[in-house]
Ligand binder design. Structure first.
Ligand code: ARG
Length: 469
């Protein structure tokens, strides 16, 4: 990035009314080109559409429009090739591109900004940028969801302990657990889709705040840019960033889900649980303890969740004190948005690589499900089916658990005579009720953990993934 020709000179794009040049530090302090140049593609996309519209309504001649289009395309090529000189004295991405265009094509370049302000221009750029970002994230979410369904189908019959309060509660299918994650991501994807509708509205034409006196046709610009609607109110359109805050909110919720998931992966990868093996390539070692294999990727994603929450809070705070219409405060919206996108896209990418490579240790999961009296509820249900009221059954099973605990054995290891001493309703078939496989198979309803239900849920998940976005 360069400061040439000199930050002490007058700004060529708005310097007309100024008697002295901008202070060099102020120029640097207020410039945003160091970060908002990331919007360049969308800035050019907006300018192509704006000039096309101006031509169609007769404000620009076809020659002027053609010169502008050719010039913008040359600029795009130069930026792409890393040959564009981004200048701090030109403040932001918009003025860098416009000034360069005028240098390149002359007088026609000066007409590009007719009927437009940077206020509606930047609002348009961010909307175009976020629309692409949302589409990319939704694609990533769907890719990850596909990996989850594949794994869930493979693991429908794998038994693990389900937890409440991080204590063994009841046996569940590992596939069922994986599909719980799927549901969270499905809601995240739907939230992004909904957010996209409010992003996809054209602000251009609002100009600085009040609209413009040129005979513009905003429906042309909207159609050219693929916006579904044209903003209703110019003051609102140039100033509010609620769509960006909503984007951050969607991202924060997704990160929250990924972070919960990370927590489980970290626990499961620990030697205390040892339910899964994370592939070596997702872990790192310790410089001092040779035996260590640390689950760095899940830990980092869990950690990065904090910065996305922070960005959401930043933008909420950025917006709360602003009177209508545009204020320079809004320039501060970009870095939180860009960092959120990078963080979430990176986290989703890491997960999409990790999930298919995850190795469950089925024997250890099953062993764990046998501990902690996970089929105690099944024993109570067994007694209820034989006619005992549930509260009484609960009491009997509590005693059976205490007995097993005192002998340091599992429920199904209790001899029949001992169980019958607690309730005369117990018969030989009690051991069927106590088996892990029968326990999960018994939860055989929509949303339950029976392997047949898990497979049916996976099939519905696949159908959802195959439906158009
Ligand atoms: N760089 C500015 C931003 O990001 C563009 C709009 C500037 N408008 C203005 N009136 N100074 O918001």
């Amino acid at each position: 990035m360069s400061r040439s020709p000199s930050s002490a000179s007058h700004n060529a794009l708005w310097g007309g009314r100024f008697a002295e040049a901008t202070d060099a530090f102020v120029a640097e302090f207020t410039a945003s080109v160091s970060f908002d140049r990331r919007l360049w593609r969308h800035d050019i996309q907006g300018s192509l559409a704006h000039s096309e519209m101006l031509c169609r309504v007769g404000v620009l001649s076809a020659e002027e429009r053609d010169a502008i289009h050719a010039g913008l395309k040359r600029i795009a090529q130069r930026i792409e090739a890393g040959q564009f000189d981004w200048r701090i004295d030109r403040e932001d991405v918009h003025m860098n591109i416009e000034a360069e265009l005028t240098e390149d094509i002359g007088a026609a370049g000066k007409k590009l900004h007719t009927g437009r302000s940077r206020n509606d221009q930047v609002a348009t750029d961010i909307r175009l940028y976020l629309r692409d970002a949302v589409d990319g994230l939704r694609g990533q979410l769907r890719q990850l969801m596909t990996a989850l369904v594949d794994l869930a189908e493979r693991e429908a019959d794998t038994v693990m302990p389900g937890f409440t309060h991080l204590q063994h509660a009841q046996p569940i299918s590992f596939g069922h657990h994986l599909l719980a994650w799927f549901e969270m991501l499905k809601r995240d994807e739907a939230r992004f889709a909904d957010c996209r509708r409010r992003i996809n509205v054209l602000p251009l034409g609002s100009a600085a705040l009040a609209g413009t006196s040129y005979p513009i046709d905003r429906s042309i610009t909207a159609a050219l840019l693929g916006f579904e609607a044209v903003s209703e109110n110019s003051l609102d359109a140039v100033s509010d960033r609620d769509f960006a805050i909503e984007f951050l909110h969607c991202a924060a919720l997704t990160m929250m889900h990924l972070s919960r998931w990370c927590e489980e992966l970290i626990l499961w990868n620990s030697s205390q649980f040892a339910y899964i093996d994370l592939p070596d390539r997702f872990c790192t070692g310790s410089s001092i303890m040779p035996q260590k294999k640390n689950p760095d990727v899940p830990e980092l994603v869990r950690g990065k969740t904090g910065r996305v929450y922070g960005h959401l809070m930043s933008l909420l705070t950025l917006m709360k004190g602003q009177p209508l219409a545009y204020n320079k405060d809004n320039q501060e919206d970009k870095e939180p948005l860009f960092d959120t996108l990078d963080t979430l896209a990176g986290s989703l990418r890491a997960f999409a690589d990790l999930i298919p490579a995850l190795k469950p240790r089925r024997e250890i999961m099953r062993e764990a499900a046998l501990r902690g009296f996970t089929t105690a509820t099944d024993l109570a249900d067994y007694l209820v089916k034989k006619g005992l009221p549930f509260r009484d059954a609960h009491e009997v099973v509590g005693k059976a658990v205490a007995l097993a605990l005192s002998r340091n054995i599992s429920l199904e290891a209790l001899p029949l005579a001992d169980l019958q001493a607690l309730s005369t309703l117990v018969a030989e078939d009690v051991y069927d009720a106590l088996s892990l496989e029968n326990s999960i198979a018994a939860r055989d309803h929509w949303g339950g953990t029976a392997p047949t239900q898990v497979r049916a849920a996976a099939a519905r998940a696949r159908a959802w993934l195959a439906s158009p976005t």
